[in-house]
Design a protein around this ligand. Structure first.
Ligand SMILES: [Cu+2]
Length: 91
């Protein structure tokens, strides 16, 4: 619920990028049961991370540009000003 760290990620078009998502929330967290999500609509990325879990995943950006990523499990979803970040894809 502190937001994403880092909140800005850079990648290159067509090159795989691996992200490690660390969810520090436990299951007693009132909002969303401690789950968090990492989603980028435009790139078809949608990863959910269980409470107190670290999840690594790799994806390859298929478009260049600047995209917002967010969590919509908790905290007001896309409207939450903290659970937001930016992925910049160059290439
Ligand atoms: Cu969240």
């Amino acid at each position: 619920m502190e937001g994403f760290n880092p909140s800005r990620i850079e990648a290159r078009l067509g090159e795989p990028i691996t992200l490690r998502l660390v969810n520090k929330e436990d299951q007693f967290h009132t909002d969303g049961g401690g789950w968090h999500q990492f989603a980028i609509d435009e790139l078809g990325v949608d990863v959910e991370v269980p409470p107190l879990t670290t999840k690594e995943f790799t994806f390859t950006p298929s478009e260049s540009g600047t995209f917002g990523f967010y969590c919509s499990v908790c905290c007001g979803g896309k409207e939450n000003p903290y659970m937001w970040g930016t992925l910049v894809v160059q290439g």
